[in-house]
Design a protein. Structure first.
Length: 232
């Protein structure tokens, strides 16, 4: 326990998980990497600047989001080749899980450079462990397409999967999503995990029709993880 911590490795991209709501969930290792790296690539530099200020961390920030990830990746690879230590963070959770990072990691690895995960908070894991549905086998879907036809086709393709299905959904579409589940999976169990790790964290459990009635009676706010029991 008293051994000195290893220094960061030059030329490494560190994937640093950040809190999904509760700032106490950041890890000691994440804070050390953010303090010792040369530069931080962030999904939203304004959002991340507030997070870093809370922990009294001052580092140069690079924007790295969905629409500039490929272009920014070239700059990051050149920096890594010069021996810089770069941390990648997103607005919440682990980079690459329904957030920017996947294409950057692939490009860095293809360039023969080093990637190191710094694990931590994850909405996916938080919902699965407390949701009450089987977690031994699960299928992560993430966000469904926005267009109705493509959404339905995707849901139809998932009907035979036996593991718990895990979705991310916004408050603007959660009622529509419950209606879709009621149409296609009326007898399945559903868990709505809302505002995870925050003050108003809530788990709602039941069949789609039961949860749809709740959604019609009161607005459901916040970001959602939706769990759906698998095929029997």
């Amino acid at each position: 326990m008293d051994a000195p911590l290893p220094p960061l490795v030059p030329g490494t991209l560190y994937l640093v998980a950040t809190p999904i709501g509760n700032l106490e969930d950041i890890t000691l290792r994440a804070l050390r990497v953010l303090r010792q790296c040369d530069v931080i690539a962030a999904e939203d530099t304004r959002h991340s600047a507030r997070l870093l200020a809370h922990f009294e961390i001052s580092k140069p920030l690079l924007s790295c989001f969905q629409f500039n990830e490929t272009r920014r990746g070239r700059d990051i690879i050149e920096r890594l080749r010069r021996g810089e230590k770069i941390a990648l963070i997103t607005d919440a959770g682990s980079p690459g899980i329904s957030d920017p990072g996947e294409r950057l990691v692939q490009a860095v690895l293809a360039a023969g450079l080093r990637v190191e995960p710094v694990p931590g908070p994850s909405a996916l894991v938080a919902a699965l462990t407390a949701g009450g549905l089987p977690a031994a086998e699960f299928h992560f879907v993430g966000f469904l397409p926005h267009k109705s036809g493509r959404r339905r086709n995707k849901l139809e393709s998932l009907k035979s999967i036996q593991g718990t299905l895990v979705f991310y959904e916004s408050p603007f579409r959660v009622e529509k999503f419950l209606a879709e589940l009621n149409d296609l999976f009326p007898d399945r169990q559903v868990v709505l995990a809302r505002e995870l790790t925050k003050k108003f964290e809530e788990f709602l459990r039941g069949k789609p029709a039961e949860l749809l009635e709740i959604a019609k009676k009161r607005p459901l706010k916040g970001e959602f993880v939706v769990l759906l029991s698998g095929a029997q």
